[in-house]
Design a protein around this ligand. Sequence first.
Ligand code: BGC
Length: 725
Amino acid sequence: MHQEILANTGEVSTAVLMPSSSSVAAGRDPDALARDTEARMTDDERFSMLYSLMVRVFGTSAREPRVPADVPAVAGYVKGVPRLGIPPLKLADASLGLRHTDGPDDCATALPAGLAIGATFNPSLARTIGNLIGKEARARDFNVALGGGINLVRDVRNGRNFEYISEDPLLSGLIGAEIVSGTQEEGVIAVLKHVSLNASETNKFFLDAIIDPAAHRESDLLAFQIAIEKSQPGALMGAYNLVNGAYACGNRAILQETIKDAMGFKGWVMSDWLAVYGWEFALSGLDQHAGAQLDKQEWFNGPLRQAYEQGKVPKERISDMVRRMLRSYYAIGIDQQRAAAPVDFAAHNAVALQAAREGIVLLKNEGQALPLAAGRQRIAIIGGYAQTGVLSGDGSSQVMPTSGYAAQVPLRSHPLLGTTVMRLFGSSPLAALRKQLPEAIIEFDCGAHIADAVAMAKRADIVVMFAYRHEAERFDSPDMTLPFGQDALIEAVANENRNLIVVLQTGNPVAMPWRDKARAIVQAWFPGQLGAQAIAEVLTGKINPSGRLPISFPFDVGQTPHPTLPGSDVELGTPIKVHYHEGAEVGYRWFAKTGRQPLFGFGHGLSYATFAYRDLEVVDAESLTVAFTVTNTGARQGDDVPQVYLTDAAGDWRMRLLGFERVSLRPGESARVRITADPRLLACFQSELGCWRMEAGQYRIALGRSAQDLELSIELCLEEREFGR
Ligand code: BGC
């Protein structure tokens, strides 16, 4: 059977500033409404909107007295102006579901890690995830969802990578856009964060990220640009670090000149919490001071007002800040809210399950060790709290799942940075595997003693080891090892029983020194509240794995641009400069540039089916459209994610993901896939001219299974082009 699929994944609309769907639906002009309302406001009212208050005083259980008592302990509260129908803002963290706030019943659907969502390569699933976040926010009367972390993964030790989407601007931009659109469709303002270059957690408040501005536009800022254009988020959030000498939240070159002036962003820019150092940040493009009482001063409250009264801040700038906020309120319709429908948690469970299923990546499967056969066999399950639940990452993205935590294990405790707690979501992979394999004799050992684990492995037909590494905001990992001696445990078990399958729950790549001894390796990330079921289904073949790596897995940090973790060699609080000398050549681009082979490349992921590619052709050179056919040559239904890359640009080496498509095919079925590339991915940014430029010449475009595994390629002759934005 032949199926025509018109894939738009690589295409970025040139009509970049279309109003969001909710404003179209409401038939309103948000700019005119914002202008009109702002003109009728008093200065007191204007200034009351320019800062948010954290509801709970940081690090204590005390509440901020200025916040009304009925507001739950969300990250931020902004006063409304009732006489003008301006609602108060309740800003809730929502990266991987709604963050728990106060009460025992404030649980929410806990989604898989951002990297798992990135690994789905499925923008339409990301939209559904956005809808889920929007619905759960609305049901709790929160009108701003602080999700949308799309910082590019530049360092595989970053403790917060699990929350982000990928190392690639196109993939991060497209997935981020769909989450934003899905959330905003539900009438909740969505945020993209953190602009920009918050690439590691260590010493991040004192880290000056030095980067060539053109390379910045071609990498991290391009991810934001793609997402802004496609989804029109109501707000952006700045980062903690400095960029090229100026704090990100007060960085005129980024906020005003790039995001607002060049990219045409119409919403408002809020700071991160504890990231503002003066009222002057308002002159650089920051519109709102978030969690204002945490900083040395409530800069956009008293000090900005004073500066304004002394004539140091133009009235027009204050009006602009307010109008930008109001525009988002009206565009997304938070001023017109009806009673929210009760949340259908069963339906949301199904979304969390689907995301986990599609995000799990089968890294290795020697001799078809997986799927596990049904039948009477002895299986040893070892380690990784598999008897209890699955891991989640800690920090502002932590969600309490609808069934509550299965366990909480305190880990780090730092005098300034606080504590981290490893929280497990039930049910357990052990129970899920027993359910999927009712005839098997399944034993479990927690892996505390190598001798016990080895003894159990000896009497088993198959060993499934669960390995984990907890990750958290504010902390990076020092290297790529597994903690608590798990590498040695796996090695010892592997030496006893070669029929070994390893399931990794980590928020980053790990080195896997035992990789040659394991027959199969499964990357499950932090798989969310239905993760155990998804893992068991993938291991037993009920679900055919289809995730693809959204980040490159290096052999070791020596292969990456920064072998030493930035900030790890100084006291916390020491100002440091980190030269992102790799520029735009992040992740797979860096591997291509240096000619190194990673352990597993960006885009890699195996299936229980096989897929063949043929007939790659240029459909239309002008619109940069190519097409190819993908066929399922295996014996079972499966999803594939063919990827199109640029490898050469007019004689210059250049590696860029241009597009991808998730295709679902039955055995023998084919699909013709069409990918239209964003011209910016074939161009270089010219900082002096503020435009993109494609040189005339031959361009090579390749089709592959990963950035490391390109199969077909084709040449394209292009004329010189120069274009804005
Ligand atoms: C994080 C943000 C988060 C904010 C509010 C900060 O520490 O960096 O991503 O939205 O806290 O909780």
